[in-house]
Write a protein that binds this ligand. Structure first.
Ligand SMILES: [Zn+2]
Length: 130
């Protein structure tokens, strides 16, 4: 239920942002998800739909941008994009140490791609000039 809790927090954040802008409806939610969140975009979109039911974000489009994970290797000093073995399913990869793409060492620290962030939302705001 990894995706569901993520979807709930996305809905909460979107609703809060909408409320503080006096929006009446959320149309689009733009998010970025890091590789190391291991969130599956299709699952996330599906759970977003459920989590947003009966809120002003119901029916909003979730636009997902994937962000590459970043590693720092303490053996060779490599810092950069990780390379997750595509053969490892995400459920297992989350527990596996990330290997340095340069020297193959497992003494790596994840320095990026662990989070998902809402970059912005598009919402309907009633004309307040009346
Ligand atoms: Zn290395």
């Amino acid at each position: 239920m990894h995706e569901f809790s993520a979807a709930c927090s996305i809905v909460d954040t979107a609703l809060e942002a909408a409320k503080s802008n006096n929006a009446i409806k959320v149309n689009v939610v733009n998010i970025e998800i890091g590789e190391f969140t291991f969130l599956i975009p299709e699952q996330l979109a599906f759970n977003f739909e459920i989590a947003s039911k009966n809120t002003i974000a119901e029916g909003a489009e979730l636009r997902i941008k994937n962000i590459k994970g970043k590693l720092l290797c303490s053996d060779c000093g490599f810092e950069g994009e990780s390379r997750v073995d595509p053969d490892i399913p995400p459920q297992i990869a989350v527990f596996a140490p990330m290997k340095c793409p340069k020297c193959g060492s497992s003494s790596t620290t994840i320095t990026g791609g662990k989070d998902f962030i809402i970059t912005n939302i598009e919402a309907e705001i009633p004309d307040s000039t009346i």
